[in-house]
Design a protein around this ligand. Structure first.
Ligand code: SAM
Length: 273
């Protein structure tokens, strides 16, 4: 289903949208709700495409959504996997905000969603004996996206998909000390470059961890500037050596120390280049 078709499909689910708070009474909406719904629809379109490609043989799909917030994404996705892909699905949502997690639990109870569970806590500390097929994060603030990628790798998820939010950690590290300081001396340029560099490093890190990675968009940048999606699927057989070259080259060129390395040690070497 194309993105616009998927959005129309979701707009037809007034009861669900009202329950999760993406539609007001009498079908009323506002700019914030409408934007979030479009972001969710755009992300779901990509997730379903990957599920079809990577998990085609599975009748049951277990998802972990990190930094789930009100869990718009996870709850909408559960329904879509069942209705459109004919797959049974289970969701574990994780968020550090215990009050939000309680709201998600209440919502799941009200919707009769026994297959949705929610855990209060930091992503990096999330522990589970379960096997997850998909690890997701939508607009997880700053290094919370790195935590989601790290835990996705450590949990061995075949599919990791993240649409990052703000990227602050590296911005302060690229003011000087690399060959492109003629660019990064300008604040807004440094800001934009830091965003791109952070996401490219994340993609290269996933590649180093044995994933095939693509960067796609969940919608137009006019919908949200935070529209890049890192899509990573685990490659079955790792080729010998050299997988962290891209990551090490970028890290060395800019002289940066991304937090993702600390969150997920042992994936890339520490030497220069
Ligand atoms: C911008 S909101 C996005 C929420 C949701 N994914 C969405 O798109 O509507 C970011 C969420 O990340 C949560 N968060 C921030 N840092 C976290 C961490 N380290 N571990 C788990 N959750 C975190 C916050 O509590 C908040 O609910």
């Amino acid at each position: 289903m194309e993105r616009s078709e998927l959005l129309r499909h979701l707009l037809g689910k007034e009861e669900l949208l009202r329950a999760i708070g993406l539609l007001g009474p009498q079908g009323r909406t506002d700019a914030r709700k409408s934007k979030k719904l479009r972001e969710v629809a755009g992300f779901c379109e990509l997730i379903l495409k990957y599920v079809r490609r990577v998990l085609a043989k599975k009748d049951f799909v277990r998802i972990v959504e990190f930094s789930c917030g009100k869990s718009y994404l996870g709850i909408v996705l559960l329904g879509l996997l069942e209705e459109l892909e004919r797959k049974q699905a289970e969701l574990v949502g994780v968020d550090v905000n215990a009050a939000l997690v309680e709201k998600c639990r209440e919502l799941a109870r009200a919707l009769g969603l026994e297959r949705a569970q929610f855990v209060a806590g930091r992503t990096l500390e999330f522990q589970s004996e379960l096997d997850f097929d998909v690890a997701l994060a939508l607009h997880a603030c700053d290094t919370a996206t790195d935590e989601a990628i790290a835990r996705g790798i450590q949990l061995g998820a075949p599919l990791i998909m993240a649409v990052p939010c703000c990227q602050n950690q590296i911005r302060g590290q690229i003011k000087s000390g690399h060959p492109l300081t003629a660019m990064t001396e300008f604040g807004p340029v440094r800001y934009r470059l830091a965003n791109l560099l952070t996401d490219a490093l994340r993609a290269q890190f996933l590649r180093s961890a044995g994933y095939y990675v693509e960067m796609l968009e969940i919608g137009s940048p006019r919908l949200t500037p935070k529209n890049l999606c890192i899509c990573a699927r685990k490659v079955k057989r790792r080729t010998a050596g050299g997988r962290d070259e891209g990551y090490r080259a970028l890290r060395s060129f800019f002289g940066v120390r991304p937090r993702l390395e600390q969150f997920c040690p042992g994936v890339v070497g520490h030497g220069e280049g």
